[in-house]
Design a protein around this ligand. Structure first.
Ligand code: AMP
Ligand code: MG
Length: 290
């Protein structure tokens, strides 16, 4: 792997050097190019869920550059489920270290237009294609701990992995409090997913309260959720999604559109923390941190 090229990723994104990158492969048989050991459970997960939104943290081969792993002795690896990404990796002929294509801290890019908005003058080119399907990042699972542990909730739910690994440890909602998890997955401590507008995460009841609506009327407010807010006139834009999957797939673009229209507040309805709802609530909470 080309460590000078990897340095350029950090430079273009303004990404902190201690936030390691995920290495992308064209097929699972390439895993031994970057991982020195692949436990049986990891093989089972790979077989079932690759290509797909599942990243496995494994002991790293020594020739994986330290910049990729932020000095850790492990490497995060996955096979994406996108024909263009797969073709690009195949053509490169090597594993590709690749983060989301946004400026660090901003909402992840889910369209090529969002990539242009954040990085146009900082990168050599953009491969244009349709918007991403899932809209949220991959689920990261640490396969070096026993039992395996979810470090970042994402597109693949823990319920889906339970059938293969009943003992898998769910993501801990306040990982920033645990010293150990910061060392294991340093990316968790950084600011993430934030639009320029403030983000508030509210339940349907609070949204219906009249004083909240009055306050929000004096601001340029936007709303995204699963139910209609009490007083839609208080919002410049109201996006009611059919289900948590649609909400997850649209939320980052919604944040970006709100910024383009100079919003100062985005109100997000909270969702039950099951399935994709775990990852969605994680992103909403992080986006709302000031
Ligand atoms: P992003 O590139 O924004 O999708 O972020 C990659 C995520 O994978 C971050 O949360 C990193 O902390 C995590 N990650 C990458 N490499 C490792 C690793 N070796 N061990 C644990 N977590 C990792
Ligand atoms: Mg990212």
């Amino acid at each position: 792997m080309d460590s000078a090229a990897v340095d350029k990723i950090f430079l273009a994104k303004g990404r902190p050097a201690d936030n390691p990158l995920i290495v992308h492969l064209a097929c699972s048989t390439d895993v031994s190019r970057v991982a020195r050991e692949v436990p049986v459970l990891a093989r089972e997960l790979m077989q079932r869920f690759w290509p797909g939104p599942l990243t496995l943290v494994l002991p790293k081969q020594k020739d994986v550059p330290n910049q990729v792993t932020a000095g850790l002795d492990t490497v995060a690896v996955r096979v994406p489920n996108h024909s263009v990404a797969l073709e690009l990796i195949r053509l490169a002929g090597v594993p590709i270290a690749a983060p989301s294509a946004n400026r660090s801290g901003r909402p992840s890019a889910t369209t090529w237009q969002a990539v242009a908005e954040d990085l146009e003058d900082r990168i050599a080119g953009i491969v244009c294609g349709p918007p991403t399907c899932l809209g949220l990042e991959s689920t990261v699972v640490d396969m070096t701990s026993t039992p395996p542990r979810v470090l970042r909730p994402g597109g693949l739910s823990i319920e889906e992995m339970h059938s293969l690994i009943p003992s898998i440890q769910p993501y801990s909602a306040r990982p920033e409090l645990s010293r150990e998890s910061l060392v294991n997955s340093p990316g968790l401590k950084h600011r993430h997913y934030q639009p320029r507008a403030s983000v508030m995460v509210l339940d349907a009841e609070t949204l219906k309260q009249s004083d909240f609506v009055l306050n929000s009327k004096s601001r340029r407010s936007h709303y995204i959720g699963l139910t209609h807010p009490g007083n839609s006139q208080a919002f410049q834009t109201v996006l009611v999604c059919h289900d948590a999957e649609e909400y997850a797939s649209r939320v980052f673009d919604f944040f970006r559109q709100a910024d383009l229209s100079k919003a100062d507040l985005v109100c997000c309805e909270c969702v039950p923390e099951v399935g994709i709802g775990v990852a969605l609530m994680d992103r909403l909470r992080r986006a709302s941190h000031s």
